[in-house]
Ligand binder design. Structure first.
Ligand code: MN
Length: 305
C-alpha cells in the first residue's frame, strides 16, 4: 500500500541533515611502529590540503613502541607532528634538533626537498603524524622548520580546543599555512556544536573513544568525512573527555600524486627525487644530524621490471 508520508516517514525527509561519510582507518606498520592510517583512504586523497594522517596509537596504548625513524627525504609537503604522550627529537637537514612534547607543534615544510629523522625516548610516543600538500605556488620553494611551544586554546562550555594551524573563532595559530585550512585538537566534556566554514571540507578523527558526528557514530581511528556546505556540526562524545582531531580546508584544486615520502604532480618528479636520495645528492637532501641509519627508498613501482 502506498500513501502520503506520515510522521514515521518524516525521518527520511530530513532536509538540512548533514551527510557524514564514515570510513574505517587501517592498521599498518611504519619502521616497527604500529600506526592507524586514516588518510589517504580508498578513493580519497585529500581533505583540504591535508593528504596524510597516521595515528601513532598501538593496540596497547599503555605500552607504545619507541619511534625510531632514520633520515629520509620529503618533497612537496609540510609534516605536522602532534603528540598525545611522550617526547621525541626531530632533526633535519637544515640543522634543526628540536624536542617536541604534548601540546607543542612541529611543522616542517619540505619545499623542493628536505630530509629528517624522528627519535622518541624509549617510552615511545602516542600522537599524530600528518602531511599537508603544498600548493603549486610554494612546492618548489625553500625548506623550512617551525616549532611552536604553545598554541592558542579556546575554552567552551562543551570542552576545549587547541588550534594547531589555521583560525577558529578568535583563535589563530601562529603556524605557517600555505593554503586555507584548519587543524584542531578537541577534548569534549559534552556535546559540541562547531561552527564550520561552508567552503571547507572536514575530517573528524576520534582518538580515544567513539563520538557521534551529526547522526553517525565514528569509532577511534576512523574518519568522519563532511563535505562542503554545512555551517555547523554537532559532535557528541560517548563519554566525557573524548579527544578528537579535526582537519579541514578549502579543496586543494590540484591533482596530487603520492608515493613513499613524496607528494608531487607526476611520476617523473618522484623519480627525480628518488634518484637524488639514492645518489646522496646533498644539494637536494642535505645531511641530517642523527645517529639513526638512513632509510633506503624502495624502487618506484613504475620503474620495476
Ligand atoms: Mn618524515
Amino acid at each position: 500500500m502506498s500513501g502520503p508520508l506520515d510522521d514515521k516517514d518524516s525521518r527520511w525527509v530530513n532536509e538540512g541533515a548533514i551527510g557524514v561519510e564514515v570510513r574505517q582507518g587501517r592498521t599498518t606498520d611504519v619502521i616497527g611502529t604500529s600506526v592507524t592510517r586514516v588518510l589517504p583512504t580508498k578513493g580519497r586523497r585529500t581533505i583540504g590540503a591535508w593528504c596524510f594522517v597516521d595515528l601513532i596509537i598501538p593496540p596497547d596504548a599503555h605500552d607504545p613502541d619507541p619511534l625510531e625513524i632514520g633520515p629520509h627525504p620529503h618533497i612537496g609537503l609540510s609534516t605536522v607532528t602532534w603528540l598525545f604522550q611522550g617526547e621525541a627529537l626531530h632533526s633535519d637537514s637544515l640543522g634543526t634538533e628540536q624536542v617536541i612534547r604534548p601540546g607543542q607543534l612541529n611543522l616542517m615544510t619540505s619545499g623542493r626537498g628536505i630530509a629528517h629523522a624522528e627519535l622518541s625516548t624509549p617510552d615511545g610516543v602516542l600522537g599524530a603524524q600528518m602531511w599537508i600538500a603544498l600548493p603549486e605556488a610554494t612546492r618548489h620553494g625553500a625548506p623550512a622548520f617551525e616549532h611552536h611551544a604553545t598554541l592558542p586554546r579556546l575554552e567552551r562550555s562543551w570542552g576545549e580546543a587547541t588550534v594547531l594551524i589555521g583560525t577558529y573563532a578568535e583563535a589563530a595559530s601562529p603556524a605557517r599555512a600555505d593554503t586555507d585550512l584548519i587543524g584542531m585538537d578537541l577534548v569534549l566534556a559534552g556535546s559540541a556544536r562547531l561552527e564550520l566554514r561552508s567552503d571547507f571540507e572536514y575530517g573528524v578523527i576520534p582518538i580515544d573513544r567513539a563520538v557521534k558526528v551529526a547522526d553517525d557514530i565514528v569509532e577511534p581511528g576512523w574518519l568522519g568525512l563532511v563535505e562542503r556546505g554545512p555551517e555547523e556540526l554537532s559532535i557528541e562524545p560517548s563519554s566525557p573527555g573524548a579527544r578528537v582531531l579535526l582537519v579541514g580546508g578549502a579543496p586543494l584544486g590540484e591533482r596530487i600524486q603520492m608515493w613513499w615520502n613524496f607528494v608531487a604532480r607526476s611520476k617523473e618528479e618522484m623519480t627525480e627525487a628518488w634518484r637524488a636520495w639514492q645518489l646522496h645528492d646533498t644539494d637536494r637532501f642535505g645531511p641530517v644530524p642523527s645517529k639513526l641509519a638512513r632509510l633506503d627508498a624502495p624502487p618506484p613501482p613504475w620503474l620495476r621490471p
